[in-house]
Design a protein around this ligand. Structure first.
Ligand code: HEM
Length: 490
């Protein structure tokens, strides 16, 4: 578990990496004049944007697999370029790589390199068959660890396996019936507060709604007033870590420490109250507090419970909020589907949700680091190399989806969904680390969409293309503003 006081751990994790990436002499400080002289100017951008074709023409060195291409480390690209491109504009980097990588390819950044797997057939090798050869990628490790500690999302190996066994029963398919009532009730309450003609940020509204649902279903507490404060604190902590990744000097940590401190206070408060009450409420928190390791008989201490609770608390609301937020955004531009939702109900709401996650996958990239030298599709991967697979790329790939940019919920009619190639669509990942909350998210998302669409339509206010924030999930910058239209009740 990492407390606010441990925030400098980010720097300890990062600075040696930056040094390795930037120059060959690790004894020299990163900002020494000799290094600065070697750093190409920033306008040396690795490619140009072709507006007409809407494509990036990259000049990065991309190595495709083939008999002659086993060694892809060609040329030195500077540290600043790596950090700038990787962490300031992740979607853009991924798109540029995707445009030049039909199967699998490597981008060299001097001594650091990234491999992109861009075809569904190879994904099981990364996530299932050779999963032992990989650990979670560096962004998640560095950005998420201070908040999630050793929770499911960030732990590895035996610890991960043990925790997954403990948490899984609380999120199993069979438990969804109980949770569905809470989801329905919270969605209805939100609908009661909406007014015809009102303008709202629908993503912020979905964040508050899903946070309320996760608090009630998993921890049996209601904290609607605190929802926004929690969301702000999470963003502050993650934004700090993301910014720190981009610069080679320590940033002031005051706000991030304070935010983490507040988050910890809240979660430990919930744990303390539950222990004091001695009640088994049958929710996730009780399951975590009472769970015993089958082999050792040990119970989770407060730190471990905090890490799992925090993980589910955060992983369990933001992603679903984004999925439903983007669904409203797409529906607002395709109002005919509001009507179908009213007529067809939950099954069509599920189709809308799935199609929205195709176009705007809340988790848009899965990253792994190679723990040892290995290979994927006979393409050699070196120890410590970062390997990416991207839902953003594959979900929008014309090789697997006709007219991919068109919003068409009927792609997910049951008889058509089965024709989508496996891993061309994978919003919840795959293999042993597949999203443990996927049933929860699908149940929740379709209930929210169906419930609110019975009472309201939405109009989009600005038809500008969305911009995104490069955090772990695909958040729209500035939210999504819509005008509510109450449906005449017949
Ligand atoms: C639309 C909503 C959601 C999406 C798109 C989503 C997506 C994902 C993805 C792609 C992963 C795998 C990451 C990787 O392999 O690196 C993941 C893991 C995880 N998700 Fe979700 N998720 C959603 C909702 C939820 C919910 C509702 C919960 C909890 C209630 C949750 C909890 C988790 C946890 C704990 C993990 C880590 C699992 C492990 O490594 O064993 N997620 N999620």
């Amino acid at each position: 578990m990492i407390a606010p006081d441990d925030l400098p751990v980010l720097l300890r994790l990062l600075v040696p990496k930056l040094r390795r990436a930037g120059h060959n002499d690790p004894t020299k400080p990163i900002h020494s004049p000799s290094v600065a002289r070697n750093v190409p100017k920033l306008q040396n951008a690795p490619g140009t944007w072709n507006r007409r074709r809407g494509q990036w023409k990259s000049s990065l060195s991309i190595t495709q697999p083939g008999p002659q291409s086993t060694d892809g480390y060609s040329g030195f690209v500077d540290l600043l370029r790596l950090l700038r491109t990787l962490f300031s504009d992740r979607l853009n980097v991924i798109e540029r790589m995707g445009a030049e990588t039909p199967r699998i390819g490597r981008v060299d950044y001097g001594r650091v390199s990234i491999v992109l797997v861009n075809t569904p057939e190879l994904i099981p090798e990364l996530l299932i068959e050779r999963a032992e050869d990989f650990v979670k990628g560096p962004v998640l490790r560095v950005v998420a660890r201070p908040v999630f500690g050793d929770g499911l999302l960030t732990s590895e190996g035996d610890l991960h396996r043990q925790r997954r066994r403990l948490v899984a029963p609380a999120l199993a398919h069979q438990r969804m019936g109980r949770y569905a009532d809470v989801m329905q009730e919270h969605a209805s309450t939100l609908g009661d507060s909406w007014r015809d003609g009102e303008t709202i940020d629908v993503v912020a509204a979905m964040m508050r709604l899903t946070l309320g649902i996760v608090c009630r279903t998993l921890f049996d507490v209601d904290m609607p007033d605190q929802a926004e404060a929690i969301d702000r604190d999470i963003t502050t902590a993650q934004t700090y870590a993301m910014r720190q990744l981009r610069v080679p000097f320590p940033l002031p940590q005051g706000r991030a420490r304070a935010a983490l401190g507040r988050l910890n206070d809240r979660i430990y408060g919930i744990i303390r109250d539950r222990r004091a009450s001695g009640l088994d409420k049958g929710d996730l928190l009780s399951m975590l507090l009472l769970a015993r390791d089958e082999e050792t008989g040990e119970q989770l201490d407060d730190h471990a419970v905090r890490d799992e609770a925090m993980t589910l608390f955060l992983a369990g609301h933001e992603t679903t909020a984004l999925a439903t937020g983007y669904a409203w955004y797409l529906l607002a531009q395709n109002p005919q589907y509001f009507e179908r939702m009213r007529v067809e109900g939950l099954p069509f709401a599920l189709q809308v949700l799935k199609e929205s996650m195709r176009l705007y996958p809340p988790a848009y990239v899965i990253a792994r680091s190679a723990a040892r030298d290995t290979e994927i599709g006979a393409f050699p991967i070196r120890k410590d190399e970062i390997v990416l697979v991207s839902q953003w790329l594959l979900h929008r790939d014309p090789r697997y989806f006709d007219d991919p940019m068109r919003f068409d919920p009927d792609r997910f009619l049951p008889e058509r969904e089965t024709q989508i190639p496996k891993y061309a669509y994978f919003p919840f990942g795959g293999g042993r680390r597949i999203c443990i909350g996927n049933h929860f998210a699908l149940t929740e998302g379709q209930i929210i969409l169906n419930n609110l669409a019975q009472r309201f339509s939405m109009q989009i206010l600005a038809r500008r293309p969305l911009k995104f924030q490069p955090l772990i999930t695909l958040r729209p910058k500035g939210g999504i503003q819509v005008r509510l239209r109450a449906v005449a009740q017949g």
